[in-house]
Design a protein around this ligand. Sequence first.
Ligand code: F6R
Length: 611
Amino acid sequence: MCGIVGYIGGDQAAPLLLKGLEKLEYRGYDSAGVAVYNGKQLEIAKAKGRLKVLSDMLEEGKTLKGTIGIGHTRWATHGAPSDINSHPQVSDSGKFAVVHNGIIENYLTLKNFLTGKGIQFVSETDTEVVAQLLEYYYHKYQCDIFEAIARVIHKVEGSYALGIICEDCPDELYAVRKDSPLIVGLGEGENFIASDVTAILAHTREIYRLNDDEIVRLTRGGVTVYNTDRDVVEKQAVHIDWDISAAEKGGYEHFMFKEIMEQPKAIRDTISPRIRNGKVVLDDITLTREQLESFRRIVIVACGSAYHVGVVAKYALEKMTRIPVEVDVASEFRYREPLVDEKVLVLVISQSGETADTLAALREAKRLGARTLSIVNVVGSSIANESDDVLYTWAGPEIAVATTKAYSTQLAVVYLLALYMGNLLGTISQETYAAGIQDLEKLPDQVSEILSNREHIQYFASKNFNAKDIFFIGRNIDYALSLEGSLKLKEISYIHSEAYAAGELKHGTISLVEDGTLVVALASYLPLFDKTMSNVKEVKARGAYVLGLTVEGKTAIEKETDFVFYLPQTNSMMQPSLMVIPLQLFAYYVAAMKGCDIDKPRNLAKSVTVE
Ligand code: F6R
């Protein structure tokens, strides 16, 4: 969603804020703005469009002078992208400037209340309510900024990460969050706030993670965190050891391609520390065998690609543990009075650890008494913090909006978990366990091998990038993967695509298949290979042009399909880790050939912190 950065120190704020916003642009990119105290007053600069528009307007920040400021890159929720609706939003007199990520749900009530008091609103945003309310309380109660903020957060409902500066206190920067990510960066004679560490990694690696409704006051000389009663909260600084180059493009044209290429390393980093002496060792979780045995069901909740990992996980976990597994989209789970209790393990999957629906689903599961385990990439994120147990994926920062390496590392953790649980419960033999571990360890090299054959997929993409509709079909675990192949393609190339269980297509949707319709048939699950080929025959008979993906040696696919990509063979449960690579590459090359903005697809943003 939106990206926030704030600075107070000895350097010029605007250039630094713009640089920080560049790193956050993946969170939202329909408009951007900064506010800086220029020695006399707050000076605001905002522009609709990509950050570059603002940056050019400000000559990369040189024209805006001042050493304290806040910046924002927006993904519109309330009010269309426009200069006026961009953040920072300011109060009536221009005294307060606010940047916000999240949604103020009761903003209309508050707006009506303030309008009734004669306050003029200029934007359509929910955020302006915060700026106006701050000034209203500040005057009404003749209080300081801290108290005004505390009063505002008592009043507003919804989610927020806020960065606030006020003309009357030009040596103080304030921030507060609830259900939206925000961190504080600790420097020498300078301090920062940001939605994500990548924005400030060039300046500091020491951070505080804020909890809900902690109000933080930053000066040049220090940072103090308070609760809403103004008691000081002792925070533990966290050291971030991410390699800074991990958040840079490093010579690649797109982050997405870089992240696709990083997958062998990311998978290895995720698996290696957890395999010792031929055993899966999950030191990070405390689940005992007795607890595992007590679970009647496992319920997986996640959104988007993480949900697709959940669909693969259902097949893998059921096979290895014989415990029934359900997979639910988090936004549905949270509102359908889910049937979970202490006899259910709820597995939550999220790259960012901040996705609003997934976080709410986790909280609902906990409220109902379920045991919760999460698979998360961002260390210390809300979902990680609030789960009973967390297994981190060691993918490093993922910047491209379309996930690739996070998906792959989530799958790797799922396999580790499936083998671990299967072994603990005794539902798999020692041979299956040992072979599974060996197969898992081979994955990084197999992924490298597929990546080195990428020209083949590039060639296929060059012949098909003008396709209008594409269908992805597969059975069993191949179906789970077809969901991800389809999503990847549509989100970055804007080609309409659908994923279908191969046997299901003929129950209606096959009516859309006509001469030349592209069908991608995934056929790595060999027990059902022939059945999938029958479905391929059905679409071929209606004129489809078919790309077949299967494992090396399964040459029978050649007579049924028009173009084939072979993959190394592995344990059927793990095959999605290999099959997903050509699907990611296909989406990437098609989007590149169509000239799409691959890292920042239209209408999307990474880390969906609103519901
Ligand atoms: C698609 C994609 C999204 C995310 C989804 C969940 O490429 O990245 O579908 O998977 O928004 O995000 P996280 O994993 O951060 O909860």
